[in-house]
Design a binder for this molecule. Sequence first.
Ligand SMILES: [Zn+2]
Length: 308
Amino acid sequence: MMFLVKLFVIIPLVLSFSFSMELIKVDKNLYMVRGNDGLPSPQNKGFISNAFGVLTDKGWIVIDTLTTPELSKEFLTKLKKIADKPILYAIITHYHLDHWYGAKTFKDIKAKIIGHENLKKVYESGEAQGILNSQKKIFKGILDSVILVEPDITVKVNSKKTLKVGEDVFEIYAMPPAHTNTDLVIYWKNRKVLFVGDLVYKERIPFMGDRNASSKGWLKALERLKNFDAITILGGHNYPMDKSAIDWTYSYIKFVRETVKRLKDEGYFIDEIKDFFKGNPYEKVKMYEVFHNRNVWKVYNELDLELE
Ligand SMILES: [Zn+2]
């Protein structure tokens, strides 16, 4: 009995200081790993977002590459166990660390990296490297082996690139600024699956505070996403969703924008506006503590630049 009691005490402690990456079969030829919720930490080793593997007749297509080469290698090993076929493409949904920084693993094995035209620009200008250098200091020890790689194929904003791979068709759309200014959406046409990166969430607060984000553009992007004939919505931080998640995300962003705008027009300052949100219906939602105030601050500043 004593032994059992001890075991129950020890197991949760051990689990809370490690992480495991489990490959989940979402549907036929569609796999994902589900990241932890939170910011990169020594406990989660940067495993804070999802990545997806689509198995075609010709090989794998990967959507998003996780935070580090260590994580992307583990993901790759798991895909290869399912089918030892080449990785044809790795598509980066946007430039955030948890989606892009593991890409070198796939470049090294000759996968073509696909990204938004602005992802290439931010790489070439050196801006991305500068950000990585400062993130290495913030998230000590986690990003040490990250080497940024540029996309081999880019998609121009407001245009679409179609990949036909065996029987499968993928349409890749480059969006105007929304979550970032490098957002790609991938529509797996014959399966009605929409990969949305960080544009869509359910019961989790979106991060709207990126320097290149546009909450106004984000609402427009969500309106576009509603028009896709999609059954499954796959995002960077949720289990598989359906189209109701688009409405959920829309409602939160609209709520933040309308509240900030109204209070700003009434002459309130940013700290007063943050206080005004106390008791709002989203307070208990995941990641609220981490992102909500940053979202309010960003929208407050965005409104100055919007000409309506
Ligand atoms: Zn993101």
